[in-house]
Ligand binder design. Structure first.
Ligand code: ATP
Ligand code: MG
Length: 403
């Protein structure tokens, strides 16, 4: 079948789908989509891309000079589930067939299998099945020796007919899902040089939180590369909030370890006291940062200090919520996510903690820990840690100030 297409009416654009927002009531959905559009706009502007968008039902269509670059950037925007580079055509079947044949010809050759996934929004005209069959026949006639395989095709092509015209595309780039940044308020994330806390931070971002990072610098008690690896984690996470500066606060925790040593606090309690100190410093800084919760990368049973008993003693160090997005994850699951996020390989060098004892207590008793803390005058140590702060700002995967 020979079809003619008016090339002037074709336009390449980026179509994005959002997920859970569908479940919201109309006013909430409207508000969340507004934030999504703001986030998309900021991310694209930060990369010097001029764009405009349309918002037909259930979709956002982004028009701009470089659809590949736009697709790459928006595929890291929270709240979006997938992204496709499409050609916009008229809704006329001949135009749809011509574009589908043109796109498929670049990817299909004899002997391959394919499937057409067709969808239409309008009530009149061809239904989805007829549409798929017509487009399938056009491709089939154009390229010899193809077969149709709807379950496991070598190549898939998608055609949508909507109020405004047709869309033809053949790839769906997975976006992170979740909720748009800015929908859930701010959280203070305890960010280390490790693998877990960057993933915890990302998961909180994914659910719509804005983030401030807090790193405790253990000075001579921390490995010589700990601080720089934590800053590297911070920098890499800023890629996930493109166009928005990501702030990291660094507080000095060296005096805490000095005091534990000086007062001969039993080494087995050090880890729990250290983590309680971290959440207490975080709680003090929360108001200033406008944060509503503390987030950590702790995980049930991963290390001796992370038993349920110890986590409960740590949480009792503060009255604000301590959230642990990774609590039930296996290490392998965390590593898989860290690779996807781009924070897995930030960790070379000396990252050891010199305060960790050989046998940390696995069932710390709150009263005993409190006695140790009183002896150490923990409140003064917390106050001291909060007075000398360093701020590091990351923007679009670069440290822009404070290093
Ligand atoms: P991670 O758990 O991030 O891989 P880690 O294994 O070095 O780092 P843990 O001892 O498991 O650290 O600490 C548990 C949690 O405490 C971390 O996930 C992180 O949220 C927080 N944390 C640990 N060290 C620091 C630090 N120096 N500064 C800020 N937060 C920290
Ligand atoms: Mg850990």
């Amino acid at each position: 079948m020979q079809t003619v297409v008016d090339k002037g009416s074709l336009k390449r654009l980026v179509m994005v789908r959002y997920g859970e927002l569908f479940l919201k009531s109309e006013p909430v959905k409207h508000h969340f989509i507004g934030l999504l559009l703001r986030n998309i706009g900021k991310a694209l502007t930060a990369s010097g891309i001029r764009s405009h968008y349309e918002t037909p039902r259930g979709r956002i269509l982004i028009f701009g000079d470089d659809p590949e670059k736009i697709a790459d950037i928006v595929s890291r925007i929270f709240g979006l589930v997938d992204v496709s580079i499409c050609t916009k055509t008229s809704s006329h079947i001949d135009d749809l067939c011509a574009e589908a044949v043109a796109l498929a010809s670049a990817h299909l050759s004899s002997g391959m299998s394919f499937a057409v996934r067709a969808k239409r929004q309008q009530k009149s005209g061809l239904d989805s099945q007829e549409l798929g069959a017509r487009i399938g026949s056009a491709i089939y006639e154009h390229i010899p020796k193809l077969s149709v395989d709807l379950d496991n095709p070598d190549y898939e092509i998608f055609v949508e007919v909507r109020d405004f015209g047709g869309l033809v595309y053949d790839s769906r780039i997975t976006a992170p899902g979740g909720l748009p940044s800015g929908t859930q308020g701010r959280a203070l994330v305890l960010l280390s040089s490790g693998i877990d806390s960057p993933v915890a931070s990302w998961l909180a971002m994914k659910r719509g939180c804005e983030i401030t990072h807090l790193h405790l610098d253990g000075g001579r008690w921390a490995g010589s590369d700990v601080k720089s690896a934590a800053i590297e984690n911070h920098k890499r996470l800023s890629r996930w909030c493109a166009g928005n500066p990501l702030m990291m606060v660094i507080a000095n925790s060296e005096p805490l370890y000095d005091r534990m040593q000086e007062l001969r606090i039993p080494p087995r309690y050090r880890c729990v006291i250290c983590k309680r100190f971290m959440v207490q410093v975080a709680a003090r800084l929360m108001e200033h940062e406008g944060a509503l919760a503390i987030i950590t990368g702790e995980n049930l049973g991963q290390v001796a200090s992370q038993t349920l008993t110890n986590l409960s003693v740590i949480s009792k160090g503060v009255t604000v919520p301590v959230l642990r997005p990774l609590i039930t994850y296996d290490k392998e699951e965390i590593i898989t996510l860290a690779r996807r996020i781009g924070t897995f390989d930030t960790h070379p060098g000396d990252l050891a903690c010199r305060a960790v004892p050989k046998m940390p207590a696995t069932a710390a008793v709150l009263e005993v820990i409190r006695e140790c803390e009183q002896k150490m005058d923990i409140d003064t140590l917390v106050t001291q840690a909060c007075t000398e702060l360093q701020y590091v700002t990351a923007l679009n995967s670069e440290i822009v100030s404070g290093k």
